[in-house]
Structures are given as structure tokens and as C-alpha cells.
Design a protein around this ligand. Structure first.
Ligand code: ZN
Length: 152
């Protein structure tokens, strides 16, 4: 275990213990529910929109450290982004957790900021669904879908 991995673990644990933007806000424009039956992660994502700009993202629910930390950090990363920017960020994040970024050296991981801590997830394929649950769910919320997002 390298020092870098320890740093990553600390960031994930910090967000797991004290998830940011947690709980249902007073006003909600869009919401969706996400469930990862493989692990038991179960969250709701709330989105406040200002036309095509994401004003705020809140999450509530329960899950493993990866799922909760990912949702918490996503809520911070998406604030102020346009819907198109959010989709692009999800694309990059997906590459990170699947390990694609490590294979092509650089490029994919640029512009993703703190979310790069999830690169370690790529070594644990079963955890990829934990890491991406919040992102799939926020996509469903923005798209206005009302069915529960399941990773299965
Ligand atoms: Zn999980």
C-alpha cells in the first residue's frame, strides 16, 4: 500500500464519516432513487436546477464507504456545472473507476480534481457499481426519470 493510496483512503473515509450536502433540501427540482443490490447501497439524489445549470445536489441514504463518499464528493463536484459539463465529468469519472485512465497514462484523469481518489476502485471491479451509483442516479434525476435506478 503506497502513501498515495493511504491519502486516497483518508479522503474517502472523511467523506464517508461526514458526507457533504447530505439530506433532503427544502426545495427540489429533480430527484431519483438509486439502488445497488450487489452491495446494498441505497440512495436518493436531489437536484436543484437553474435552467441548465446545476445549482445544488443533495443526497441521502445508506451505503458502503465507497458509495457514500462518491455521492458526497459528486455533490461537491457538480455544483455550478452545466448539465453538459456534468455528463462530461461522469464520463471521465467512469474511465477513472474502470482503470482506463491508468492505462493511457494521462489525459483522461485531467480535470477531474479530487475525484481521482477513486482510481483505486478499478482494482476492485465489484466496487465500481458502488462508486458510480450516485452518478447514474443523478443522471436519472436530471433526465426526469422516476423509476429506481438499479445497477443490476
Ligand atoms: Zn457499496
Amino acid at each position: 500500500m503506497s502513501d498515495l493510496n493511504e491519502l486516497y483512503q483518508q479522503v474517502i473515509l472523511d467523506h464517508y464519516k461526514r458526507p457533504r450536502n447530505w439530506g433532503r433540501p427544502q426545495t427540489v427540482d429533480r430527484e431519483a432513487e438509486g439502488y445497488n443490490p450487489l452491495c446494498g447501497d441505497h440512495i436518493k439524489v436531489y437536484v436543484m436546477l437553474d435552467r441548465d445549470v446545476i445549482r445544488d445536489v443533495h443526497v441521502e441514504g445508506t451505503g458502503c464507504a465507497i458509495a457514500v463518499a462518491s455521492a458526497s464528493m459528486m455533490s461537491e463536484a457538480l455544483r455550478g456545472k452545466t448539465i453538459a459539463e456534468a455528463a462530461a465529468l461522469f464520463e471521465k469519472f467512469h474511465h477513472i473507476v474502470l482503470g482506463d485512465a491508468a492505462n493511457n497514462g494521462n489525459g483522461t484523469s485531467s480535470g477531474i480534481g479530487k475525484l481521482a481518489v477513486f482510481a483505486g476502485v478499478s482494482k476492485f471491479p465489484v466496487r465500481v457499481k458502488c462508486a458510480t451509483l450516485a452518478w447514474h442516479t443523478v443522471n436519472a434525476a436530471i433526465a426526469g426519470r422516476h423509476d429506481t435506478v438499479s445497477t443490476e
